[in-house]
Design a protein around this ligand. Sequence first.
Ligand SMILES: NC(=O)c1ccc[n+]([C@@H]2O[C@H](COP(=O)([O-])OP(=O)(O)OC[C@H]3O[C@@H](n4cnc5c(N)ncnc54)[C@H](O)[C@@H]3O)[C@@H](O)[C@H]2O)c1
Length: 304
Amino acid sequence: MKLAIIGAAGTLGSSTVFCVGQKGLVDEIKLIDIKRNIVETHAMDLYQGLLDDTHTKFTLADYSDIADCDILVITASVPYNSNVKDRSVNLVKNYKIVQSICEEMKPYRKPGSFIITSTNPLEAMINAYYKLLGEERNKFIGFCANDTIRMKWAIEEITGISYSDIKAFCVGEHGHAIRLYDQATVSGEPLVLTDDQKAQVDKMNVEWFAHWQSLEGGRTTGWTSSTHIAKIVEAIVNDSKVIMPAAAVLDGEFGCREVAMDMICTIGANGIEEIIDPNFTSEQMEALAVTAEKLRAQEASIGL
Ligand SMILES: NC(=O)c1ccc[n+]([C@@H]2O[C@H](COP(=O)([O-])OP(=O)(O)OC[C@H]3O[C@@H](n4cnc5c(N)ncnc54)[C@H](O)[C@@H]3O)[C@@H](O)[C@H]2O)c1
């Protein structure tokens, strides 16, 4: 199996090449970016860096090389800007990038190949790929796990319960997530948090992002994101039916249509094989409807 990463010179693209490459999941990873010189140095560096660990080949590529790729990971984006307070500010500019990439890919893309993207605003971008390339919606996967990771991280910080024992999910919109406290469990038993603890989890998440931006480090969360994008690739390659959050194109699920939203998904060889109903409460259903309306308006503003 072969995979291409478009945006591979950037923070997330290059770290995803490393994480997927190190796991030895695919025969070849093809690196594409408009910054051809940088992406070539990554290909050269990764190839020698992982010779001991993997048979995976890392190659500098063009769109004409994607014809034999089963998975296309797209992290291409306008550059990171620490002044960005909301991920939707790059909607128009990143949609233009999505349109140009679709034009480039169309003559060569293997029918049925998976599209995984991280590009923000995430839900509009994965729906854009789906609408522009138009195929089975289960093959279009948006990466949104960071909200869930940060929810569980904050719960561990506050309660002392081990991260690995906590099962909890976020849904809705990346960066404005609906935290599903009512369905959260610890080692299979309900996780009961006080209102104060829930407020603390919410506050820690807001403050974490604000602190990150204030550091003006010039980079996004490359490591957190790439380790988990690699888990999506692994779930597809190994057909492991992993349950994880992903932005999915909805077609009537939970009353939502013509929109992509973050959901709890089973991921396997067919991509998003199931969108799981966690028994949403009526309050959560209302919050989902509000988010769907907001995202639909966002998508309509770019003509989707
Ligand atoms: N969903 C998430 O949880 C999550 C997490 C982190 C980052 N992100 C998003 O992922 C995206 C990438 O982040 P990053 O930190 O890697 O950004 P980056 O600026 O480091 O990298 C973007 C890369 O895209 C390339 N690029 C731009 N236009 C292109 C085109 N038309 N064709 C090919 N390549 C092109 C650039 O040259 C650059 O190398 C951003 O939109 C960011 O907001 C999302």
